[in-house]
Design a protein around this ligand. Structure first.
Ligand code: DC
Length: 213
């Protein structure tokens, strides 16, 4: 295994930005694992399937192609909710697991962000971050991002989305969103993007110094 950097945390915590910037810094490929679940939720819905239909959701996961992950529809507010709904099904998670494990195995390293990367997908990752921020601050960030994409939504609607998703993602039985025992907590509530990235970089540099040492 190369130098895997696992970046977990709740929606709109800043983990995606941090993961992308770490990938650019080290020259590692970056996987946004949330896109896999978004891909399954959107595909299933487009097929007219029911989000609680485990067999149909699993079939959508098993046939998901990397080429389906670039679609802008996956970045919408609605897709986040669909993703969280299909992510509770164990067979869906299993169907998406190999792709993530193979991605992580790339040399000389890889960055993956998600909810269960440090706990379930790559428990051996040498660098683990758990990025968080208060729900109010995450809602504000996500709201501004969605308005920037042209979505007509209110801050209150986004806050409600975030609280509902935190509860579902953190409360499910299989691979709930949680901080791994050996992950370093990074609370970005009071930080700018630059400050958050700088703190993340220092955490990863520490892990790199210990790795293979
Ligand atoms: O990171 P995101 O907001 O794009 O993720 C969308 C949903 O996908 C999230 O609410 C829960 C699910 N998810 C998951 O269960 N496990 C992951 N590793 C990543 C995302």
């Amino acid at each position: 295994m190369g130098f895997v950097i696992a970046v977990d945390g709740p929606a709109a915590s800043g983990k995606g930005t941090i993961a992308n910037r770490l990938g650019a810094l080290y020259g590692f490929p970056v996987l946004d694992s949330g896109l896999l679940y978004r891909g399954v939720g959107v595909k299933l819905t487009e097929q007219g399937g029911d989000l609680d239909d485990v067999a149909a959701a699993t079939a959508a996961a098993e046939t998901l192609e990397a080429s389906e992950l670039d679609r802008p529809e996956l970045r919408t507010r609605a897709a986040g909710e669909l993703a969280s709904r299909v992510a509770v099904h164990t067979p869906v998670r299993l169907a998406l697991r190999d792709f993530q494990v193979r991605f992580a195995a790339q040399e000389p390293g890889a960055v993956i962000d998600g909810r269960d990367i440090g706990t379930v997908i790559c428990p051996e990752a040498p660098a683990k971050l758990y990025v968080t921020a208060t729900a109010a601050i995450r809602a504000d960030r996500r709201w501004k991002q969605l308005v920037g994409q042209g979505e007509g939504v209110t801050y209150e609607e986004i806050l409600a989305d975030i609280l509902r998703r935190d509860e579902r993602d953190g409360g499910r039985k299989d691979s709930p969103m949680s901080q791994a025992d050996d992950a370093v907590l990074l609370d970005t509530s009071e930080m700018t993007i630059e400050q958050a990235f700088d703190a993340a970089r220092r955490i990863v540099e520490d892990a790199r110094a210990r790795w293979k040492a």
